[in-house]
Design a protein around this ligand. Structure first.
Ligand SMILES: Cc1cc2nc3c(=O)[nH]c(=O)nc-3n(C[C@H](O)[C@H](O)[C@H](O)COP(=O)(O)OP(=O)(O)OC[C@H]3O[C@@H](n4cnc5c(N)ncnc54)[C@H](O)[C@@H]3O)c2cc1C
Length: 427
């Protein structure tokens, strides 16, 4: 995408084509303008159009250019915050609503994939949150107990069962979440775009929104060569926000995250490494994630940016860490490498903003945006269609506020990950 091999890597190489789109040129009118062609924007577009609304979606670059085309592809249920802590952080009403919505969000993703026959390598075999040491085990035990008490399909696996499923004895246990799964993230975004176009959405790519203007009861949404008049604007720009909603970007701290994909593994390795094809990640502070794609490539990721000295440091670390975790893998070659920016909020929870009358958006998924973005897109559609009043939304209304020392924290994340991965060479 955009001639940068380190932006979308494997996903760009293996995703089906997006729908044919062109830049906005001239004036249009719609009920709703959606800004951003990731999961949030595409899901709200699809749900609105299916309900009969006239929708124009404007994307600055390409469908899935942001996090949607770069991520690991873990369809997670819930957030990082412990289930029992959520009502304390958000208040009991919003806390319970959010738990319920996000706990069921992977189901919506899978239903949409089925309904629209989206070819995106969906695996419904769950995810494994792998415990490192005694502390990691304590954490997943608590998480498992809290979700189980809410009736979620989760199970705690001991070290032996974990070793069998992962193909490595590096973990003290794991939390199997049967609600979750994996997919090819860019293929899912492009599939949503096809479904949205079929439902009547006009998608314009290479069309960054540069300004908006109030005109009576309507908004004029402007790009370099065109404008759309609409009653509502959905801001679905999240961590890659540019233009009028820079505040969405600046209320987040960017955490860089990279992935390497191996060449397709041979039959024997596929039988021993993740034979059940669950998605996996660990409990370390600088976490690692790993999953298979459909062709048997192992996608291995961690915190860091593949630029400057980071490229060699993280690549060296990834080779060593993979060999340590899966000694049978040997000197495996990487076929692709890429990285992106995860938008983290100060309480690790997403945000609902109303930027002006009729201008709304959800953002800040803290590295868990596939299922939340999809379900929040539908939530925005329901809100605009008058089916879900503001008081019944899953998050309270807040104003974007910039966290203190944001720039410093971003430098620290990028440099700190390099230091940690470099230091690991000496262990
Ligand atoms: C490396 C990485 C790994 C991740 N791993 C996972 C994972 O395994 N599981 C998971 O659930 N989540 C994961 N995430 C998070 C997930 O990708 C995001 O939360 C998700 O993509 C957010 O969706 P979105 O539609 O809100 O925003 P995005 O997908 O970021 O889309 C926003 C879009 O808005 C466009 N835009 C911005 N400004 C404008 C403008 N002015 N005009 C027009 N368009 C504009 C951008 O170009 C972009 O395409 C990961 C993220 C990264 C970066």
């Amino acid at each position: 995408m955009l001639n940068d091999p380190r932006s979308h890597g494997l996903w760009e190489n293996t995703a089906p084509e997006p729908p044919t789109t062109s830049p906005l040129d001239g004036a249009m009118s719609a009920d709703v303008v959606i800004v951003g062609g990731g999961y949030t924007g595409l899901s709200s577009a699809l749900h609105l159009a299916e309900a009969g609304s006239k929708v124009v979606l404007l994307e600055a670059k390409e469908i899935g250019f942001g996090g949607a085309g770069r991520n690991v592809g873990l369809i997670n249920a819930g957030m990082w915050v412990m289930p029992n802590d959520l009502p304390g952080v958000l208040g009991p009403v919003h806390g319970e609503r959010l738990l319920d919505l996000l706990g069921n969000a992977p189901k919506l993703v899978m239903e949409l994939i089925d309904k629209h026959q989206i070819a995106c390598e969906l695996e419904r075999n769950g995810t494994l949150h792998c415990a490192v040491g005694a502390d990691g085990l304590k954490e997943i035990e608590a998480r498992a107990a809290q979700w189980a008490a809410r009736g979620a399909a989760v199970r705690l696996l001991d070290a032996a069962e974990t070793a069998k499923r992962i193909g490595s004895d590096g973990y003290t246990g794991s939390l199997l979440d049967k609600r979750a799964g994996t997919l090819q993230p860019l293929a899912y975004a492009r599939g949503l775009a096809h479904a949205a176009v079929k439902a009547g959405v006009a998608i314009h790519t290479s069309s960054p929104v540069i300004a908006t203007e109030r005109n009576g009861s309507r908004w004029m949404v402007k790009t370099a060569k065109g404008e759309v008049s609409a009653e509502w604007i959905i801001v679905a720009t999240d961590a890659y926000s540019t233009g009028p909603w820079e505040q969405v970007r600046s209320e987040q701290v960017h955490l860089p995250y990279f992935n390497f994909a191996t060449v397709p593994l041979g039959h024997n390795l596929r039988q021993s490494i993740l034979p059940g094809r669950e998605g996996a990640w660990d409990t370390k502070e600088i976490l690692s994630s790993f999953r298979m794609d459909q062709a048997g490539r192992l996608v291995f990721g961690s915190v860091g940016a593949l630029r400057n000295t980071g490229l060699a440091v993280h690549k060296g670390w990834a080779k060593r860490a993979l060999k340590r975790l899966f000694p049978v893998i040997g000197n495996v070659e990487f076929e692709c490498e890429w990285y992106g920016q995860i938008g983290m909020t100060d309480n690790a929870l997403p945000r609902f903003h109303k930027f002006a009358p009729g201008v709304v958006g959800f953002s800040g998924y803290n590295g868990r945006g596939i299922a939340p973005g999809t379900v929040f897109g539908r939530t925005l559609a329901d809100h605009i269609l008058g089916r879900l009043p503001e008081a019944d939304l899953p998050l309270p209304l807040t104003s974007p506020t910039e966290p203190s020392f944001r720039a410093l924290k971003e430098i620290w994340y990028e440099a700190g990950a390099q230091v940690a991965h470099f230091a690991d060479a000496r262990l």
